[in-house]
Ligand binder design. Structure first.
Ligand SMILES: Nc1ncnc2c1ncn2[C@@H]1O[C@H](COP(=O)(O)OP(=O)(O)O)[C@@H](O)[C@H]1O
Ligand SMILES: [Mg+2]
Length: 300
């Protein structure tokens, strides 16, 4: 069942077209990664979903209701975490969490306490004294203490340290296990890929790819560094090899993720003594996507 469906969404700010025919779909029980570089239109899309901004064109439905007209109804079932949380400076973190929970209408005190502990948040401090990371935690605790059916999280981990990012990931997996749905935006693919069932990639106000990561895998390249006891020959003649460079540690290159198996088999003949690989990044994916149109050269 489709919980969220965006069809041909357009949003203009004056003459500037921020969103140009965006399509998105999120099914019940699914985590959708909404990925794109800064300025691509992620937050604008999310603000339209929340009824904060009015669409210029297209159709935006949550729970089969209209995002703009039925915003009040929709909000009862949605928890939202913005990327940059601005809180009431004179309230304490705990007061703000309670306020959010009251607005949402569903309170779960035990969950609230558990999350405050997990996120290592001191709820007695005034919000004005919180760092960006702590403000983020306040919004995350409030969201995950709620009984929402849909979690809309706009770059929620910016400002969190790696330990807290792990706590965040556990929270997402827990609500997913409960059959709830999550829209998770990020400008870093690797940050969300372990959580997402599917991803939609936005660039300059347009969705350029949608699918499971496996489906998108053919677009990605893996960065490798290989040291061998004998000099490697024949690598340049292989398919799917790019950006080959020799260094004192061995050969570094990029390989189309689909070709990794063939390449590893080939180089293993030369006695591998060192092997490093970095996962595909969003930048690689874009590079691959635009390769046909334009040679982007060695962008890394
Ligand atoms: N209120 C606004 N008025 C004019 N332009 C805006 C407004 N909000 C966003 N934009 C522009 O729309 C584009 C998309 O922004 P945004 O949705 O915030 O991107 P993202 O969240 O992906 O970083 C950017 O070029 C941004 O400058
Ligand atoms: Mg944004």
């Amino acid at each position: 069942m489709s919980l969220l469906k965006v069809t041909n969404l357009t949003k203009k700010f004056g003459k500037f077209t921020a969103l140009n025919g965006v399509n998105l779909e999120l099914n019940a029980g699914e985590v959708l990664g909404f990925i794109g570089p800064n300025g691509a239109g992620k937050s604008t899309t999310i603000r339209v979903l929340l009824g904060i901004l009015k669409a210029t064109g297209g159709e935006v439905k949550l729970f089969n209701k209209d995002a703009w007209q039925d915003a009040v109804d929709i909000h009862k079932r949605v928890a939202y975490v913005p990327g940059d949380v601005n809180l009431w400076p004179n309230l304490t973190g705990g007061e703000v969490i309670d306020l959010f929970i009251k607005l949402n209408g569903t309170a779960n005190k035990a969950k609230r306490e558990e999350l405050i502990e997990k996120f290592d948040l001191d709820p007695s401090k005034k919000c004005r004294t919180y760092s960006k990371g702590n403000r983020q935690k306040v919004a995350l605790v409030a969201a995950f203490s709620s009984d929402a059916d849909l979690f809309i999280l706009d770059e929620p981990t910016s400002g969190l340290d790696p330990l807290m990012e792990k706590v965040f990931q556990e929270c997402v997996m827990e609500v997913k296990r409960q059959g709830k749905s999550v829209l998770l935006s990020s400008h870093i693919l690797s940050e969300v890929e372990k959580l997402c069932d599917r991803v939609s990639i936005i660039r300059q106000g347009k969705i350029i790819e949608s699918g499971t990561l496996n489906e998108l895998r053919h677009l990605t390249r893996t960065q490798m560094l290989v040291g061998t006891s004998m000099p490697i020959t024949g690598l340049l003649d292989m398919q799917g090899i790019h950006e080959v460079q020799e260094s004192e540690h061995g050969m570094s290159f990029q390989v189309d993720t689909m070709q990794i198996d063939a390449v590893i088999r080939h180089i293993s003949q030369f006695g591998i003594i060192r092997l490093e690989s970095a996962p595909p990044t969003l930048e690689d994916l874009f590079m691959r996507h635009y390769e046909g149109a334009k040679d982007t050269g060695g962008v890394r």
